[in-house]
Every structure is written in structure tokens, then in C-alpha cells.
Design a protein around this ligand. Structure first.
Ligand SMILES: [Zn+2]
Length: 215
């Protein structure tokens, strides 16, 4: 069983790497972003309060996310391993996650830090497009990742959409939070001997090759 954490700022292509790893090693992908988006879709009282928090560029509280993660793990008991994507985001969360896993007789095997410059991350974030139908992703700011026809999915012809939090203001808020809160957890994982820094300015296949070398 392999439990893996990905740490990266907004716009590093973290989602793509998680998908590649999930496919190849048959792992479960626990994206806290997806957990939150799914909860918001329900539009009950809990979902609406999450939506307000996100739209203000703020993060959902640790207790709420830990509870969601605990439920997820309990529902995936027979997994080959879980990829944690979007959590932990600060030192307290990292410690809480270790404790949660320890209580369940589990542990983290590797923590990948995908490193990229702020400029590059912003360019990627603002160009990001997804097909709501087949989930294929594109990027209008890169020639090799553009759809053949502007705004239309190559695979199924659906109209592509960008995520509501992919704007410059939300990016800058998330970036500041990342620098202040997420970076300190890198030291924590380094001391635990599980951290591996990966150059995320390379193309996705090269990044994945470097990740595989470590696994
Ligand atoms: Zn499509």
C-alpha cells in the first residue's frame, strides 16, 4: 500500500500528475477540492457555507476537511493506496493527517513537492479549460495544450469551461496562503524523511518519469 501526498501551489499541473499516478498504480485519488466541489453541488446548508468560503478565496477549516478525509478512508479500506491532493496545506494539517493515519494503522510513504515559479503557475492557471462532459483538460495559453477549435472539446465537441476560482485575484490569495502556510510543512516532511522535490516546469511526461523514479 502506498499513501502519497502532493504539495504544489495552484497551477502546477498537480491534478494531471495525480491522474497519471492513479491510473498506473491503481491508487485512489483523494482530492479535497473534488470532495468540496461535490459537497457544494448538493446545495444543502453545508454545501452553501462551503461555497461562500471558496468564493471569498478562503480555505475550508481543518476540522471539516479532516472529517471528510476520515470518511473517505473508511470507505476505501481495500485500496492499493491513496493519493492526497490538496491536503495538508499547513503544518497543523500535516500533523493531524499523520495522527489520523497512525490511528488507522496507516502511514505516508512519499510526499512530492512540485516546484514552479509564480509567473508560470499564474499563466497555467489562467489558461486552464476543462470539458464538463468527458473531463479532458486543455490550456489555451500553451500551443501544445490548446483545443483545435477555440473553446470546444477535441474529443466530444462540448463547450469548454474554466473553473470559477481560476482568476488572478483568487490565484494571488491562494499563492500568499501557500507561501505562508504550506511551505513550512516541507521542512516537517523533510525531517520525517519522506519529502521529494520535483521540478514542475518540465512537461507532464518528464515530471511523471521523475516521480516514478522515486516510487
Ligand atoms: Zn469532451
Amino acid at each position: 500500500m502506498k499513501n502519497i501526498v502532493f504539495i504544489a501551489q495552484h497551477g502546477t499541473g498537480k491534478g494531471t500528475q495525480c491522474e497519471l499516478l492513479k491510473e498506473k498504480y491503481q491508487l485512489d485519488h483523494l482530492s479535497t477540492g473534488d470532495l468540496i466541489r461535490d459537497a457544494i453541488k448538493k446545495q444543502d446548508e453545508f454545501g452553501k457555507s462551503l461555497e461562500n468560503t471558496i468564493n471569498q478565496g478562503k480555505l475550508v477549516s481543518d476540522d471539516i476537511i479532516l472529517e471528510m478525509i476520515k470518511n473517505y478512508i473508511q470507505n476505501h479500506k481495500n485500496t492499493n493506496g491513496i493519493i492526497f491532493d490538496g491536503f495538508p496545506r499547513n503544518l497543523n494539517q500535516a500533523k493531524c493527517l499523520d495522527k489520523l493515519l497512525n490511528d488507522m494503522y496507516l502511514k505516508l510513504d512519499k510526499v512530492f513537492y512540485l516546484e514552479i515559479s509564480k509567473e508560470e503557475a499564474l499563466k497555467r492557471t489562467l489558461g486552464r479549460l476543462t470539458c464538463p462532459n468527458c473531463k479532458k483538460s486543455y490550456n489555451k495559453n500553451y500551443n501544445n495544450l490548446k483545443p483545435k477549435q477555440d473553446g470546444i472539446c477535441d474529443e466530444c465537441g462540448s463547450k469548454l469551461v474554466s473553473r470559477s476560482d481560476d482568476n488572478e485575484e483568487a490565484f494571488n490569495n491562494l499563492y500568499d496562503v501557500f507561501i505562508n502556510e504550506t511551505k513550512p510543512i516541507l521542512n516537517y516532511y523533510e525531517n520525517n524523511g519522506v519529502l521529494k522535490t520535483i521540478d514542475a516546469s518540465l512537461d507532464k511526461d518528464e515530471i511523471f518519469k521523475n516521480i516514478e523514479k522515486v516510487i
